[in-house]
Design a protein around this ligand. Structure first.
Ligand code: GDP
Ligand code: MN
Length: 384
């Protein structure tokens, strides 16, 4: 689960990291008033679950309350498309109005889980700011990764080394080290998968301030963070993925037109590979899980059918814990509820196979059976 910048900053602030004075506005008038309260100048920042805002007009400095009104009118209620969103972007429902900062240097600092190290790492760069992605691809030597031993935590010798690598002047060194220590504490205590401050700035008078903040929480730990869970903003999520998550169905929306219903994550991934290899493109990953009932299968198929880009459906079920007749019944229920006639290719194996096949055959749906995954992929290619 992602947090908005203003929500992440509130958490940083609670852990003692300095953030600019700010106010969240959801109307142009509020943005105007907040700018007035800040002395007439401010920076307006679109609150969306995506970075890369600065490059596409999602972060704007305004010189007067009237300008804030105009800029806020232009930003609010529109979708912002950045290099981290899909083509349709994400809706801007609120703006963070912040006091202007006196930026002398922009640094990058983040903590995430590194699969290679199998633990948390702190990533830093002296070349922080909006071009960090470019730095990481063209000058990887300017980015430093520091593994953190979970049992020990981030040690003082490490923060000293990192502060030195960033070339931070003595006046700001202590605060910068403190930001690193606090960031690790935030990462651990809130079960984050990512915390990122980009830029962490050094001001003209040597203050260290988080000018931006990104925080991703580990979904599987939300049950122990009720207060954080409340910060969820569904408007920023893919609507089908949010619906699937509510139903406890593992679903990822993809680009193609073949809706895929599979049980088991490994089988689901293999299904995507085979579909691609056959020259068709999957519209989604979907693992309905082992213990699904016909109603849960129906809900999963309904998510697939409600996706407008889906033109054909591939069902690949290994009837173990989920029996073939249950899967078949679920598919038929969903097609009937949605009144759909999209072509359906079914590959089923295992318990109650014959019963499952006859439920589908007798349903009147446009169904093609396949015995092997290769046959299924060939059939889906032709089913259009
Ligand atoms: P992102 O592009 O989505 O990561 O948004 P950021 O919050 O990082 O803002 C992008 C850039 O806007 C920063 O790197 C800064 O250079 C600039 N910026 C943000 N706040 C201020 C500010 O208060 N004053 C000035 N001059 N620039 C700012
Ligand atoms: Mn940023």
């Amino acid at each position: 689960m992602k947090l908005h910048e203003y929500q992440a900053k509130a958490i940083l602030s609670r852990y003692g990291i300095k953030i600019p004075l700010g106010h969240v506005a959801s109307s142009p008038q509020e943005a105007q008033a907040a700018t007035q309260a800040m002395g007439g100048k401010a920076v307006l920042k679109a609150q969306v679950h995506a970075g890369g805002r600065g490059k596409v007009g999602g972060v704007k400095v305004v010189q007067s309350p009237d300008e804030a009104l105009q800029v806020a009118q232009a930003m609010l209620g529109k979708n912002l498309v950045t290099n981290q969103t899909g083509a349709s972007g994400v809706p801007v429902n609120s703006l963070l109005v912040e006091e202007l900062a006196d930026i002398k240097r922009e640094l990058y600092i983040a903590i995430t889980i590194d699969r290679g190290f199998r633990g948390p790492v702190m990533i830093i760069s002296a070349a922080g700011g909006m071009d960090i992605e470019e730095v990481s691809s063209t000058r990887p030597e300017d980015i430093h990764t520091e593994p953190i031993e979970p049992i020990l935590g981030l040690m003082p010798f490490q923060t000293r080394r990192l502060v030195q690598k960033l070339g931070i002047e003595p006046a700001a060194a202590r605060s910068a080290a403190q930001v690193m220590t606090s960031l690790y504490q935030i990462f651990v205590e809130n079960d984050c998968s990512l915390v990122e401050i980009n830029p962490l700035i050094i001001t003209g008078d040597g203050q260290v301030i988080a000018l931006d903040a990104k925080m991703d929480l580990e979904d599987d730990s939300l049950f122990r963070h009720a207060d954080l869970h409340e910060l969820r903003d569904r408007s920023q999520e893919d609507q089908l993925e949010a619906e699937a998550a509510d139903l406890d169905i593992a679903y990822v929306n993809l680009e193609g037109d073949v809706g895929c219903l599979v049980n088991g994550a490994g089988l689901a991934m293999a299904t995507l590979d085979v579909t691609n290899a056959a020259g068709a493109a999957p519209a989604n990953f979907l693992d309905v899980g082992g213990g699904a009932t016909d109603e849960k299968v129906a809900q999963a198929v309904e998510i697939i059918l409600s996706d407008p880009k889906v033109k054909r459906v591939l069902v690949n079920v290994f009837g173990g814990i989920l029996r073939c007749d249950v899967a078949a019944r679920g598919v038929v229920i969903a097609y009937q509820r949605r009144n759909s006639n999209l072509p359906l290719v079914v590959r089923m194996l295992g318990t109650n196979l014959e019963e499952g096949k006859s439920i589908l055959s007798e349903s009147g749906l446009n169904v093609t059976f396949a015995d092997t995954l290769t046959e299924a992929a060939q059939a889906i290619k032709q089913a259009i």
